[in-house]
Design a binder for this molecule. Structure first.
Ligand SMILES: [Zn+2]
Length: 280
């Protein structure tokens, strides 16, 4: 199509931020920090490579996700423990926080609940920032590797994609038939994954994660949570996923309970106060 005479002028119009965050309620990170001091470990689970595992995190507890043994990316799903309909909403989390999340960012739940499910309280990769390719860590832009896209692109059948791993682990955690569990699996928080969009073509890219054993991402559970995480078959996601090619490593999820009285002033966020009658 022939560009209009004022094409360049239209391109030069300055953007505006879709959701300015100056009115976004912010968590009290110093309160969480003091609650974390002296917190005791109450549970852990190892996520095997190319598989998923789940763990419950009561409201007011902490979830630490750690890289062990070797660089590895994790695909995380979060559910309200008592209501699987309320789950992590990566799209809205992205709209509010940007393409990648770090300390102080909150992970929001789906409509019609839309409240903070968890707050990121520590991120040992926060030094990475944005690299020269436009890549950063812990993205909320990817979906999760899945067998359907593999079928479309290559005609392959692979059953250890994060989507399938999450489906099986959720099914095991809640005793759901696989089909019911699959319908509840949702777009993930890509823990430790380094991604971005190419500047020239706008394509989603990944590159070797800067994560090393000992690095961790820690969340504060704002509500009772069920966390399900897959150790992605892409390993550090430096080359490919949806196959058995990459070298993969286990990951660790641990839960910590603060000492009594350490969360004075904090309370579980209520579901969004928007009037759900739709004006009727
Ligand atoms: Zn994956």
């Amino acid at each position: 199509m022939q560009a209009p005479d004022d094409a360049e002028a239209r391109r030069q119009i300055a953007p505006v931020i879709c959701y300015p965050t100056d009115t976004l309620p912010r968590p009290d990170l110093s309160l969480y920090g003091s609650a974390r001091t002296g917190a005791v470990k109450t549970g852990e689970v190892i996520v095997p490579p190319r598989e998923a595992a789940s763990i419950e995190i009561p409201a007011g507890h902490f979830l630490r996700i750690t890289s062990i043994e070797g660089p590895q990316v994790g695909d995380l799903n979060l559910f309200a423990s008592a209501n699987l309909d309320e789950r992590f909403y990566s799209g809205k989390t992205r709209a509010l926080n940007g393409t990648h999340v770090t300390t102080g960012d909150q992970l929001w739940s789906s409509f019609p609940y839309m409240r903070p499910m968890a707050t990121i309280v520590e991120d040992t990769l926060d030094w990475y920032g944005m690299d020269p390719f436009g890549g950063s860590v812990h993205d909320v832009i990817g979906t999760r590797c899945d067998p359907y896209t593999g079928q479309v692109l290559r005609g392959t059948q692979y059953h250890h994609c994060c989507h399938s791993n999450l489906t099986r682990a959720l099914s095991d955690a809640r005793g759901l038939p696989l089909q019911e569990a699959e319908a509840r699996v949702h777009d993930v928080l890509n823990v430790f994954m380094c991604t971005g969009f190419t500047r020239d073509t706008g394509q989603y890219f990944m590159k070797a994660s800067p994560v090393r054993p000992g690095d961790y991402l820690e969340l504060f559970a704002e509500i009772d949570l069920l966390a399900v995480m897959s150790a992605c078959p892409g390993g550090d996601c430096s080359a490919e996923h949806t196959s058995d090619v990459a070298s993969c490593h286990p990951m660790l999820m641990e839960v910590f309970r603060p000492e009594p009285g350490k969360l004075e002033g904090w309370s579980e966020p209520p579901v969004n106060a928007y009037d759900r009658s739709h004006g009727r």
